[in-house]
Design a protein around this ligand. Sequence first.
Ligand code: DGL
Length: 263
Amino acid sequence: MNNSPIGVYDSGFGGLSVWRELRRMLPSESLVYLGDGKNCPYGGRRREDIERFAFAAVERLVAEGVKMVVVGCNTATTAAVGALREHWSDMPIVGLEPAVKPACLTSRTRRIAVLATKHSLASDMFLATAMRYAEGVDVVKVVGEGFVELVEEDREESDEAMAAVRHVIEPLMDSSIDKIVLGCTHYPFLKPHIREVIGDRDIEIIDSGEAVARRVKWLLERYDIAAAEDNVAECRFLSFADEDYRRRLEYKASKILAHGDAL
Ligand code: DGL
């Protein structure tokens, strides 16, 4: 038993889509969420810089007394998870990868699309996963241009967001893809628009939030560090940006909980 919090980290708001699944699956676990905010977006940055941000974030979470860290950011995972695990070898660190494996395994048309940041799609980790599971499956890689900024600016419900999603998703509708993998934790916030563009086509949208929460649950049990069932879970929010950003994180999280299945 261990009632210490789990740390969740992202470049900004995106990891809240993972945070939400953790709240749902593990209601007794306290969570400390760190949304960098100051250096977001990460997607177009150099690997070395993202690794530096990730180290600063995990250091901060460790100072908060976390028992485990979830890197709720695909981009930071591809850039830094190996080095983070090496450095904090006595603490479980869970990374996020686009759900290429389940998408490839279940695709009927043998053609899938993976939406992620420029950095994630160009990373060695993504290439290795694609090589491993995509044999005989055509993987169309697409950057969700502008998506992260829209979510960071609370404009995911705007007409502008709809237009940005249409611009990225519509060209895919001519091909025979039957899965769209959301390989960036900001993108689930745009799911309603993505669904609208897909319309009644038989295309499944897959993100990694739930699978990551399951993995966390498994690790808590394996290392015997789960919180007591009657633990009254606390959720806190931190940021490297200003207090206004931190408050917006907190507000967005409360909205997510109130809306239930909105993502
Ligand atoms: N949410 C992040 C991800 O999952 C990164 C977005 C960004 O900062 O570009 O990749």
